[in-house]
Design a protein around this ligand. Structure first.
Ligand SMILES: NC(=O)c1ccc[n+]([C@@H]2O[C@H](COP(=O)([O-])OP(=O)(O)OC[C@H]3O[C@@H](n4cnc5c(N)ncnc54)[C@H](OP(=O)(O)O)[C@@H]3O)[C@@H](O)[C@H]2O)c1
Length: 212
């Protein structure tokens, strides 16, 4: 399966290498391909292109850009290039303002989410929130003393969520499906909680687990 990843930051590079490791074909999308020269040397089978090239290439697309740039990035990718495709949304709506006592600020309010805005922007794509509630270093086959971590996901298309859950299984995660797009109002703020130990104690190695 061909995976198009919109982004050139740590998340895009980590997931790109992870998908390659698991046998997928990968293209990363950026406005400035030279940013990815080193990564491409280390990941010789990967391709690099524009946002639009990458959205066209991907049978499944991952959105891994700065939250404030998500809407513009999807416009550059071409919403029609995403029609009918699963889009894993790893973004968080982090505002430009600095954190307060380690607590990040979001540019969204409690009764909305970035995923819902993006789903409204690209009506015929199938957005699935995933990978937003853990640091990039722990995204692919992480090893925790406490066992397999839980990835909280949501989205409006059941088949897309099943496909994402299969990927998460290969990437060493158990999946907790929290329902439709509105659940992103609860899943996106997990990023704020996840980052607090990092900002306060420089502890960036942990993940959430749902117990029952
Ligand atoms: N870092 C983590 O550990 C982590 C963990 C979970 C979730 N996330 C979320 O994942 C996303 C990616 O995070 P990241 O740390 O990998 O990278 P980032 O620094 O947040 O974002 C880099 C990407 O954003 C794009 N971008 C920035 N400004 C833009 C603009 N004005 N127009 C279009 N594109 C623009 C860049 O495009 P170009 O390539 O063209 O420069 C680049 O691909 C974020 O939403 C973040 O909140 C991050």
């Amino acid at each position: 399966m061909k995976i198009g990843i919109l982004g050139s930051g740590d998340v895009a590079k980590t997931l790109g290498s992870g998908f390659l490791k698991h046998g997928y074909e990968v293209m990363l999308g950026t406005r400035t391909a030279s940013k990815l020269a080193d990564w491409q040397k280390q990941n010789a089978k990967a391709r690099v292109g524009s946002f639009a090239d990458t959205a066209q290439f991907g049978e499944l697309v991952v959105l891994a850009v700065k939250g404030t740039a998500a809407v513009d990035s999807l416009n550059a990718a071409g919403p029609r290039n995403l029609d009918g495709k699963t889009v894993i949304d790893a973004t968080n709506p982090i505002a430009e303002a600095p954190p307060v006592n380690g607590v990040l600020k979001f540019f969204t309010g409690p009764d909305e989410s970035l995923l819902e805005r993006l789903q409204a922007q690209c009506k015929d794509a199938h957005f699935v929130k995933a990978f937003n509630s853990v640091g990039s270093a722990c995204m692919v086959n992480p090893q925790f003393k406490g066992g397999k971590p839980t990835m909280f996901i949501c989205g409006n298309n059941a088949k897309s969520k099943q496909g994402v859950a299969a990927i998460l299984d290969r990437f060493g995660w158990e999946t907790a499906d929290m329902g439709a797009a509105e659940a992103a109002r609860a899943i996106e703020p997990l990023c704020i909680l996840w980052c607090i130990p990092g900002f306060l104690r420089n502890d960036w190695v942990h993940a959430f687990k749902l117990l029952s």
